[in-house]
Write a protein that binds this ligand. Structure first.
Ligand code: NAD
Length: 263
């Protein structure tokens, strides 16, 4: 398969090149941030996104939320499928992805590893069984010091799974970034706290805490290779599929954690 890597100079970009080649694919090109003056020291041919979209069967995008709307427009005019792993995407940027999905096959996931997606499924089941009035759901995540968005996409994925299990929407009950005199916790809220430091690849813990007990689901990623391997596997799954916005659960053989499949 011919694969293009958007943001090829990034942390994930480098992992994706190595993973795609190790899986026997042809990395036909990559893009760089046009606003960045940093030289690229790798061996992937650098080109514009339209040129790359014409050459690749699939492009894999782990870049920055601000790039997503432009990528959506450029990829809509081409034939390459789009594996989208960038997080921190705003409502407007997500709308651009939805519009592009009328023209190209897109698989978007906040996390490409099996573990967190399994955890999201468990979170949804637990949330459906534990009464929201007595079991307070809180999510703590920690990532490397360079991460630019918070809470992490994976933390939001877990929060959405809890909200879905409770038949509510995350936006209605989300409590994030508590500071100062913010008042007592609202019953039924889903809380988030984000820590940053060092080079931590990704740690997440979801707790349901009641008066007499606490249940915690936790996950630690030690290596970005799990995201890259999942994204390359996803690229193989997505290539040649009809236009649409696909979720990762189906590819992983899991029941959908949220209503995203073929929306
Ligand atoms: P990074 O900063 O190391 O790399 C991002 C790269 O994208 C940089 O080289 C930057 O210059 C480049 N870039 C920015 N705008 C661009 C543009 N318009 N065109 C081309 N390149 C552009 O960051 P990272 O750690 O590799 O993470 C990238 C994204 O992937 C983040 O949003 C992160 O949260 C997300 N991520 C997702 C998963 C997942 O499983 N879904 C896993 C890890 C990281």
């Amino acid at each position: 398969m011919r694969i293009g890597i958007l943001g090829v100079a990034g942390r994930m970009g480098g992992e994706l090149v190595a993973e795609a080649r190790a899986a026997g694919h042809d990395v036909v090109g990559g893009t760089l941030n046009p606003a960045s003056a940093c030289p690229y020291r790798g061996d992937v041919p650098i080109m514009s996104l339209p040129a790359l979209a014409a050459r690749a069967d699939v492009v894999i995008d782990f870049t920055h939320a601000d790039a997503v709307a432009g990528h959506a427009e450029a990829l809509s005019a081409g034939r390459a499928a789009w594996v989208l792993g960038t997080t921190g995407i705003s409502v407007g940027q997500q709308e651009a992805v939805a519009v592009a999905s009328r023209h190209v096959a897109i698989l978007q996931a906040a996390h490409f590893g099996l573990g967190i997606n399994l955890l999201a499924n468990l979170a949804r089941q637990l949330a459906a069984l534990l009464p929201a009035e007595s079991y307070d759901a809180e999510i703590v995540e920690m990532h490397h010091r360079q991460k630019v968005d918070a809470p992490s996409g994976s933390a939001l994925l877990l929060g959405e799974a809890v909200a879905e299990g409770r038949h509510t929407s995350l936006s209605a009950v989300m409590e994030s970034g508590r500071d100062g005199h913010c008042g007592a916790r609202a019953t039924g809220a889903i809380g988030f706290a984000s820590l940053r430091g060092g080079q931590i690849v990704g740690e997440h813990a979801l707790s349901f805490t009641a008066a007499g007990e606490q249940i915690t689901l936790s996950h630690r990623a030690f290596d970005r290779g799990i995201f890259a391997a999942g994204a390359v596997r996803t690229a193989s799954w997505l290539a040649g599929r009809p236009p649409g916005l696909y979720g990762i659960d189906k590819m992983l053989g899991l029941p959908p954690a949220r209503d995203k499949d073929e929306r």
